[in-house]
Design a protein around this ligand. Structure first.
Ligand code: 5GP
Length: 214
C-alpha cells in the first residue's frame, strides 16, 4: 500500500542518540529535528531542576518525584533510569501512535534507556553512540556550558569513562569531530534505516501490483 503522497507505507523507527554528557548530542538532535520533518523528539520526563533556557514541555516535562513515581506505577513509561542523582523516563503515550503512522521518534536518552528499549522493541530501534574527539574537548565543552555549576561539571566529567564504556552496545558510532559532519552522518543512518525491508510494510502490496502487470 502507498500513503497519500504515493510513497510506500512504512512503519516509523525509534532513533536513539546517546553520548557522555558534553559530546554534542543535544546540538546534533536539535539540528536533525530542524532539518527533518518526519522525525520528532520524544520529550522525556525528569525530576532534575530546569536549566536556564530550558522550556517545560519542550526540552523535558519537569516534575517532582511523587509525580514521577505515579507515572511509573501506572506503567506509563517505556523506559526509565536514574542519571546523575535524578530520574528520567520516556512517556509511552505518543510513541506507538507515531510509529504506526509512519513517523520516526528521536530519543535523547542514556545507555540504560537504550538497553530497555532494545529489550522492548528491538526491531523498531536504531541506536547511535556519539563519542567526543578527545577528553580535553569533552572537558572544554562541558565547562563552556555555562548553565552548570563547577560541581556539576566535575561530576559529569567523572562519569564520562563509565558512560563511554557502553559504546559496544550500539548499532552505530559517530566521533563528533565536527557538528555538521555528525548531523550529516546521523541523517545518512536515518535514510538507510528508513529503507529497511521490514519497515516498508506497504511493500508486499506494492510488489504484488508490480508483478500483476502483463
Ligand atoms: P541532562 O540532564 O543533561 O539533560 O541529561 C542527562 C542524561 O540523561 C543524558 O545522557 C540524557 O540523554 C539522559 N536522559 C534524558 N532523558 C532520558 C530518559 O527519558 N531516559 C533515560 N534513560 N535517559 C535520559
Amino acid at each position: 500500500m502507498a500513503d497519500t503522497s504515493g510513497r510506500i507505507e512504512r512503519r516509523g523507527l525509534m532513533l536513539v542518540l546517546s553520548s557522555p554528557s558534553g559530546a554534542g548530542k543535544t546540538t546534533i538532535s536539535r539540528l536533525l529535528l530542524e532539518r527533518d520533518n518526519d522525525i520528532s523528539l520524544s520529550v522525556s520526563i525528569t525530576t532534575r531542576p530546569k536549566r536556564s533556557g530550558e522550556v517545560d514541555g519542550m526540552d523535558y516535562h519537569f516534575l517532582d518525584l511523587t509525580e514521577f513515581n505515579l507515572m511509573l506505577n501506572r506503567r506509563e513509561l517505556l523506559e526509565h533510569a536514574k542519571v546523575f542523582d535524578h530520574y528520567y523516563g520516556t512517556p509511552q503515550g505518543a510513541v506507538e501512535e507515531a510509529l504506526s503512522s509512519g513517523r520516526d521518534v528521536l530519543f535523547d536518552i542514556d545507555w540504560q534507556g537504550e538497553q530497555q528499549l532494545k529489550q522492548a522493541a528491538r526491531n523498531d530501534l536504531a541506536s547511535v553512540f556519539i563519542l567526543p574527539p578527545s577528553t580535553e574537548e569533552l572537558a572544554r565543552r562541558l565547562q563552556s556550558r555555562a548553565q552548570d555549576s563547577a560541581d556539576v561539571v566535575a561530576a559529569r566529567m567523572a562519569k564520562a569513562p563509565d558512560e563511554i564504556s557502553h559504546w559496544p552496545e550500539y548499532d552505530y558510532i559517530i566521533v563528533n569531530y565536527d557538528i555538521e559532519d555528525s548531523v550529516a552522518q546521523v541523517q545518512a543512518i536515518l535514510a538507510a534505516e528508513r529503507l529497511k525491508r521490514e519497515r516498508q510494510v506497504g511493500l508486499m502490496d506494492f510488489v504484488k501490483r508490480l508483478r500483476e502487470w502483463q
